[in-house]
Design a protein around this ligand. Structure first.
Ligand code: FE2
Length: 256
């Protein structure tokens, strides 16, 4: 779907920089070298990740080797990959930072403190932050925290686009979540019947493994592998197009 639509979108909006969150690009969960390379070939300039960054072990070495892909900065410092990168785009040095929220997600460091330290040493003209977080309150707080200090704070992870895209007073473009690209006949990319089988039985949901139905200490335990990696006939592409205009040294994003 991205392959079919991205080149046209790039031309239509005269896009100078494309950042894709790739954390579920490998068959619907995680990322691998093949799926990352496909996104670069399609036209992505940089890739961000999230809580599924390390789902496939064979990608670890690639994360160390490929400078255009970033995993959450506030993971443990010794983990594979990097939390930020600087790429050339639209004639500028663009810093791309991936951050993970700390509410309902496992991180090694507070994302607010982690981004402070990173911005001090990042040698970039503008910075775009993918804040991969679970709750909108934490995302909105990050937007205000970084207002005027970065070009944009773009939320990911919840797969559902939010209607709060705006330019904050300091010039930073913000949206709580840009949404996902994938099947619309799904629950966040998982077959509806599979999710319903879980929620209707109050069974535990685990998305890390093949389809199984196990008895775990008397509780039904469903494991999901029926992610829908391809959009199929009902696929949808979601994201934002941020128009650029010079704003006091930053790139201000018009999200209208
Ligand atoms: Fe995620």
């Amino acid at each position: 779907m991205l392959k079919a639509l991205l080149p046209g979108l790039r031309r239509r909006y005269d896009v100078g920089l494309v950042i894709c969150n790739a954390e579920n690009s490998a068959g619907g969960v995680g990322v691998n070298e093949k799926s990352a390379k496909q996104l670069f070939e399609i036209g992505a300039d940089a890739l961000t990740l999230g809580n599924h960054a390390y789902r496939h072990k064979d990608v670890y070495e690639y994360l160390d080797r490929e400078p255009r892909i970033v995993r959450p900065l506030n993971f443990a410092a010794g983990n594979p990959g990097r939390g930020s990168t600087v790429i050339e785009a639209a004639g500028k040095r663009v810093g791309v930072v991936n951050l993970s929220g700390q509410v309902h997600l496992n991180v090694a460091r507070n994302p607010f403190m982690a981004i402070d330290a990173e911005l001090e040493k990042l040698e970039a003209d503008v910075v775009v932050v993918d804040f991969h977080a679970e709750v909108t309150s934490e995302k909105v707080a990050m937007g205000w925290y970084l207002d005027g200090r970065v070009a944009a704070v773009l939320g990911t992870h919840t797969h559902v686009p939010t209607a709060d895209g705006r330019v904050l007073p300091g010039g930073t473009g913000f949206i709580s979540d840009v949404g996902m690209t994938g099947s619309r006949t799904s629950v966040l990319g998982v077959k509806p019947e599979q999710v319903l089988s879980v929620v209707l039985t109050n069974a535990a949901l685990d998305d890390h493994g093949p389809v199984e139905c196990l008895a775990v200490e008397g509780q039904q335990h469903f494991m999901v592998d029926n992610r829908l990696p391809e959009g199929g006939e009902d696929g949808g592409l979601l994201g934002i197009v941020a128009g650029k205009q010079e704003f006091d040294g930053w790139l201000a994003f018009d999200l209208s």
